[in-house]
Design a binder for this molecule. Structure first.
Ligand code: ITT
Length: 180
């Protein structure tokens, strides 16, 4: 089975190829997809996958991910890409100055779309916002700690055992395996 992962983010595609290995070959197409405004990563991912399918007409997956910080009422949520590009991790840390509650969740919506069906899956993990540590990964990984390590202190195999994206992709993998 061959699936096209449509994302401007090569790290996402690499993580997905690792998790779907042996079941599906993941081809990465770096298409820029217009994003719906919605509070749910799962809804945004479904919109991205529908758009990608309408353009490519082959089985696609899309991912939408957000960091939801409790003390900031869920900010940046589904605006995480914009906030990463504007404020960055240092800006997030500055916004959190003075907050004792550092808890946050990372959520990923994974959406699959082909000629006959559309399915969405969600993965979520809890963690803590910390000063940057580690140099693996991307985006918010250096400031998100879970199980004693930041995601940037994990190699891809470790991150793929516990991450929000891994949970969503394993759900997709299970469903695809059942469909075969
Ligand atoms: P798409 O083309 O797939 O939309 P994107 O990087 O813009 O790629 P999102 O809209 O899902 O993706 O934006 C999520 C933001 O959160 C973006 O800044 C990412 O770098 C960051 N992010 C996504 N997954 C992450 C992860 O596993 N670890 C750390 N940061 C992540």
């Amino acid at each position: 089975m061959r699936i096209t992962f449509v994302t401007s983010n090569e790290h996402k595609a690499r993580e997905a190829a690792g998790i779907l290995a042996g079941l599906a070959e993941v081809e990465h197409i770096p298409l820029e997809i217009p994003e719906l405004r919605h509070e749910s990563v799962t809804e945004v991912a479904a919109g991205k996958a529908a758009y990608a399918y309408s353009v490519l007409r082959r089985p696609v997956i899309a991912d939408d991910t957000g960091l939801f910080i409790r003390a900031l009422n869920g900010f940046p949520g589904t605006c995480s890409a914009y906030v990463q590009n504007t404020l960055g991790n240092n800006g997030i840390l500055a916004l959190m100055a003075g907050y004792a509650d550092r808890s946050a969740s990372f959520k990923t919506g994974i959406a699959y779309h082909d000629e006959s069906c559309q399915r969405s899956f969600t993965g979520s993990i809890q963690g803590t916002i910390v000063l940057p540590r580690g140099c693996n990964g991307f985006g918010y990984d250096p400031i998100f700690e879970t199980g004693g390590k930041t995601l940037a202190e994990m190699n891809m195999e470790e991150k793929n055992r516990c991450s929000h994206r891994a949970i969503g992709l394993h759900a997709l993998r299970g469903w695809l395996a059942g469909e075969e």
